[in-house]
Design a binder for this molecule. Structure first.
Ligand code: HAM
Length: 441
C-alpha cells in the first residue's frame, strides 16, 4: 500500500537536510554568543494555552490550529508557534527564579498551522528562535532584534529589518477606537474576516491581504499619530540603538504582526532579493508585556523574542550569491574489490570510527575500483581505501587521495596510524570547517 504524505507537509533530505542542519548550527553558535541556553518543549499543549482569549483575532488561533480531543477527552493542540509554550514552560518550572535575569532561551522544532499550502507556506514547518524574559528594557528589545539579524547575516543572506511600535494601554485603546470609527461605516465593503476583526481586534484588519480591504486600509488612521510622548521617545531611542549597530532597517507603520500578544517594538526580517520576495518575511517577533502575567507568571516581567522560518531561510540561503553546498566530509571511503576484502574493510572502518572517531563510509558490496571511486567522489569522500584480492594476499591496502589522484600502498599493520596522520593534515588544510570533530585525543 502506497501512502502519500499529508497535504502541506514535506520531507527534507539530501543537500536540503544538510543545509538545514548547517543553518541550525550557525544559528545556535550566534545565539550562544549572546548568552542563550537551549530549551526543548513539547509539541502538544493544552488548547487553552494558545486560545487564551475568546477575543483573540489572529488567524493562527481562529482558523489554523490542529486541535483534537485525546482519549481522555482533553482538548489538545499541536503547537502553532513556540512563544506561548516557552512562556508556559518558564512559568511552570519557575525558571525566572532559578537564574539571574534576563532569561535567554533558544529553541528549534516544528510548528503546525492549517494554512493554504503555497511557496514558503507549509502546514508543518520548522522554526528556530529565542525568547528573552526580564523587566522592561529597550536594550533587551534591541539586542534580541540584533541577534536575529546576526543569524541571518552570518548565513551571508542580505537582510532588511522592518520595525514598528505598537501602542500600549491608553494610547492603544485610543487607536483601536479610531480604527473602529474609521472602519465601521464601510464594514460591508470589508472581507468577512475583517468584519469579525472589527469587533474583536481592529488592529488585525491592517494585516489583511485582501485587495478590497487594502484599498480601505490605505487611508486608515496611522499608528504613529496615536503613540504617547513616552512611547515616541522610547521608539526613537530604539531606532538610535539599531542605527548605531549598523543594521539595515526601515520603519513601517503598517507592520502589526499576525499574533495578538505584541505591544511596543515589533519587527520582521525581510530578504532583499527575488527569492525573498517569493517567500515573504523569513522571521519576525517583538515585545509582549502581558503574556507572562496572563499565563500565571510575575506581572513585572515582560518578554521579547523572534522566530525564523527554517524552510524560508533555507530557500533564500540556497538562492543567495555566496551559497556553497554543505559537504558531508566522509574522510575515508572503503572499497572492497573482492569478497575476502569485505570483512577486512568492514572491521577496519569500524575500528577507525570507534577508536579514533574519524568518519568512514563502508561500501557493503564488492565493487570494481572504477565504480567504487565514482561512488566515493559522489559522497564527497576525501580518500578512498581500496582493498583487492592481491592486496589481501600481500597485506597491503591502497589509499587514493580523491582530490589530487595520488595513490599509495600502505602496510595493513600501519593503516590506522597512516589514516590518522592523513586526517590530521587534511583537517589543518580545511581549517576544521565542517569536518566532524569527533576525533578522540
Ligand atoms: P510568525 O510571524 O507567526 O511569528 O512566524 C515566524 C516565522 O515563521 C515567519 O516569519 C515565517 O518565516 C515562518 N512561518 C510562519 N508560518 C509558516 C508556514 N505556514 N510555513 C512556513 N513558514 C512559516 C511567530 O511564530 C512568533 N512566535 C514569533 C515571536 C517569537 N514573537 C515573539 N517571540
Amino acid at each position: 500500500m502506497k501512502v502519500n504524505p499529508v497535504k502541506g507537509v514535506h520531507d527534507i533530505f539530501d543537500k536540503d537536510a544538510l543545509d538545514l542542519k548547517r543553518i541550525e548550527t550557525i544559528a545556535a553558535m550566534v545565539a550562544n554568543n549572546y548568552g542563550y541556553s537551549p530549551i526543548v518543549i513539547p509539541t502538544i499543549e493544552q488548547t487553552a494555552l494558545f486560545a487564551r482569549d475568546i477575543k483573540d483575532s489572529s488567524d493562527m488561533v481562529t482558523k489554523e490550529m490542529y486541535t483534537f480531543l485525546d482519549k481522555g477527552n482533553r482538548s489538545l493542540s499541536l503547537r502553532p508557534e513556540f512563544t506561548a509554550g516557552i512562556i508556559r514552560a518558564i512559568v511552570h518550572n519557575k525558571l525566572y527564579a532559578l537564574d539571574d535575569l534576563p532569561l535567554r532561551l533558544f529553541y528549534e522544532g516544528s510548528c503546525f498551522r492549517y494554512e493554504r499550502p503555497q511557496a514558503g507556506r507549509y502546514r508543518e514547518f520548522h522554526q528556530l528562535g529565542v525568547e528573552l524574559v526580564d523587566e522592561p528594557s529597550i536594550y533587551n528589545d534591541v539586542e534580541v532584534l540584533l541577534l536575529g539579524y546576526r543569524i541571518i547575516t552570518a548565513l551571508e543572506i542580505p537582510c532588511l529589518v522592518k520595525i514598528n511600535y505598537l501602542p500600549k494601554k491608553e494610547s492603544r485603546e485610543n487607536y483601536l477606537n479610531a480604527l473602529r470609527d474609521y472602519f465601521a461605516p464601510q464594514a460591508d465593503k470589508l472581507c468577512e474576516d475583517c468584519q469579525r476583526r472589527l469587533s474583536t481586534n481592529p488592529l488585525r484588519i491592517l494585516d489583511c491581504k485582501v485587495s478590497d480591504c487594502q484599498k480601505i486600509i490605505a487611508n486608515a488612521p496611522k499608528i504613529n499619530d496615536y503613540l504617547s510622548l513616552e512611547e515616541i521617545s522610547e521608539f526613537n531611542k530604539i531606532q538610535s540603538l539599531i542605527k548605531e549597530s549598523e543594521v539595515d532597517f526601515t520603519c513601517d507603520s503598517t507592520l502589526v504582526r499576525g499574533l495578538d500578544y505584541y505591544s511596543g517594538l515589533v519587527f520582521e526580517y525581510h530578504i532583499d532579493s527575488s527569492s525573498g520576495d517569493l517567500v515573504g518575511a523569513v522571521g519576525g517577533g517583538g515585545r509582549y508585556d502581558k503574556l507572562i502575567e496572563e499565563l500565571g507568571g510575575p506581572a513585572n516581567l515582560v518578554g521579547i523574542g523572534f522566530s525564523l522560518g527554517l524552510e524560508r531561510l533555507l530557500y533564500v540561503y540556497q538562492n543567495s550569491d555566496n551559497y556553497e553546498e554543505s559537504d558531508k566530509h566522509i574522510a575515508f571511503y572503503f572499497i572492497s574489490m573482492d569478497e575476502k576484502a569485505l570483512p577486512i574493510a568492514f572491521y577496519t572502518a569500524e575500528l577507525i570510527r570507534s577508536e579514533i572517531g574519524l568518519p568512514c563510509y563502508f561500501e557493503p558490496r564488492v565493487k570494481s575500483a572504477k565504480s567504487g571511486l565514482r561512488a566515493a567522489n559522489k559522497k564527497h569522500a576525501l580518500y578512498a581505501v581500496i582493498i583487492g584480492e592481491e592486496e589481501v594476499g600481500k597485506g597491503i591496502v591502497s589509499i587514493k587521495n580523491l582530490k589530487s589522484g595520488e595513490q599509495t600502498g600502505v602496510d595493513m599493520s600501519n593503516l590506522i596510524s597512516v589514516l590518522t596522520n592523513i586526517f590530521d593534515e587534511e583537517n589543518e588544510d580545511l581549517d576544521g570547517e565542517d569536518v566532524p570533530q569527533t576525533k578522540k585525543s
